[in-house]
Design a protein around this ligand. Structure first.
Ligand code: C5P
Length: 302
C-alpha cells in the first residue's frame, strides 16, 4: 500500500481516579474513557527515505513536528518492532482539529492512528495485543485511543477493557485555548493536602453507579456519578468551574473537566440541548465544540 488516510478520535474521561505515585514516575489510574467523533485526520504516504525516515507536517504550526511529536515516537516504535520501513521513509500530514494540550488526548490519538495506518500500509497482520504493546510504549492514553468506544482503563493507562458501547450522546466541549501540562497537573495533585481529596470509598461507590448507568444506558445516572480526581489540581480552576456552571445553567445533564484539563465537557441527550449549552458557553470559552460519543477509536478511511 502506498498510503492511507486515518481518523484519530479524541477522548474524554467520564471517570478518572488517580491513585498513588508509582516508582516508575506514573500514577495508578482507574478511568472510564469515552471516544469522541471529534478527530484529527492523518494522511500518510511511503517515501524512498531520501529526505529522511520520518517527515511530519501539520495544519497547526504550534505543534512540534520532530521527536517531541507522539506521531514520531509511534513511527520509531513501529519500525523498531517490525523493521517494516527498511531504509525507506514515511511522510505524515496531520489535519489538526482536536484542541492541543486540552485533556482530549489529541497527541495520543494521532499516535494510535499512526500505528493503525502503518500496519495497513505495510500490510502486516499484527494482532491487537501487539499493537496495544506498541501503543503503551508511546504514551499512557495511546492504548485506549487505538480501541476507542467506551472502556475501563487501568494500570498507568495500558490495560484497556472494552465496555458496552453507549449511544451517540451529544457532547459540548468548552476550552480556554491555553495548553495544560499533564506532568504539572499530576505534580499539583501529589502536593494536595489529603484533607482536600474525596473519600476513596465514596469514589468507588460513584464508579459502581456509573458502571450501572453505562450498562443500562441511563444518561442521568451516568451524569450524577462523573468524577475526575485531577479537577482539584486543575491549573485554571476558576475557568473550569465557570464553564461547568454555565453548562448546567443551560441544561447540561452533567459537566466535568476531562483528563488534566482545562477542557470541560457537558453531556446532552438532544441536539437542541447541545446547541443551547454551546450558546451559553461561547461568550466565555475561546473554543466551543459540539461533538458526540463514538463507538470506535483509530480508523482507516481510505
Ligand atoms: O504517558 P504520557 O507521556 O502521556 O504521560 C505524560 C505525563 O503524565 C507523565 O510523564 C506523568 O507525569 C503523567 N502521568 C502520570 N500517570 C499516568 C499517566 C500520566 O503521572 N497514569
Amino acid at each position: 500500500m502506498l498510503g492511507a488516510k486515518v481518523l484519530a478520535r479524541s477522548k474524554l474521561n467520564l471517570f478518572l481516579e488517580v491513585g498513588p505515585l508509582r516508582e516508575d514516575g506514573y500514577h495508578q489510574i482507574r478511568s472510564v474513557m469515552q471516544a469522541l467523533e471529534l478527530a484529527d485526520e492523518l494522511y500518510l504516504r511511503r517515501t524512498d527515505g531520501s529526505s529522511g525516515k520520518i517527515r511530519i507536517r501539520c495544519s497547526d504550526r504550534r505543534l512540534p513536528v520532530d521527536e517531541e511529536n507522539f506521531v514520531w515516537r509511534a513511527v520509531e516504535v513501529f519500525d523498531k518492532r517490525t523493521g517494516a520501513l527498511e531504509g525507506g521513509g514515511i511522510e505524515i500530514f496531520i489535519n489538526k482539529r482536536i484542541p492541543i494540550g486540552a485533556g482530549l488526548a489529541g497527541g495520543s490519538a494521532d499516535a494510535a492512528a499512526t500505528l493503525v495506518a502503518l500496519a495497513h500500509i505495510y500490510e502486516l497482520d499484527l494482532d491487537a495485543q501487539e499493537l496495544l504493546n506498541m501503543a503503551s510504549l508511546v504514551g499512557s492514553d495511546v492504548p485506549f485511543c487505538l480501541v476507542g468506544g467506551t472502556a475501563m482503563v487501568t494500570g498507568r493507562g495500558e490495560k484497556v477493557e472494552a465496555l458496552e458501547p453507549l449511544p451517540p450522546y451529544y457532547v459540548v466541549l468548552a476550552t480556554t485555548g491555553i495548553e495544560s501540562s499533564t506532568p504539572e497537573v499530576y505534580r499539583r495533585f501529589d502536593s494536595l493536602d489529603p484533607g482536600e481529596l474525596p473519600d476513596p470509598d465514596n469514589i468507588s461507590q460513584r464508579l459502581d453507579r456509573l458502571m450501572e448507568g453505562i450498562r443500562f444506558q441511563e444518561l442521568d445516572l451516568i451524569c450524577a456519578n462523573l468524577h475526575n480526581s485531577l479537577e482539584a489540581a486543575a491549573l485554571d480552576a476558576a475557568r473550569v468551574n465557570k464553564y461547568k456552571v454555565l453548562a448546567r445553567e443551560a441544561g447540561a445533564a452533567g459537566a466535568l473537566m476531562t483528563g488534566s484539563g482545562p477542557t470541560v465537557f457537558a453531556l446532552a441527550s438532544s441536539l437542541d440541548s447541545a446547541v443551547n449549552i454551546a450558546r451559553n458557553l461561547e461568550d466565555s470559552a475561546p473554543i466551543t465544540i459540539i461533538t458526540s460519543f463514538a463507538g470506535k477509536g483509530a480508523e482507516i478511511t481510505v
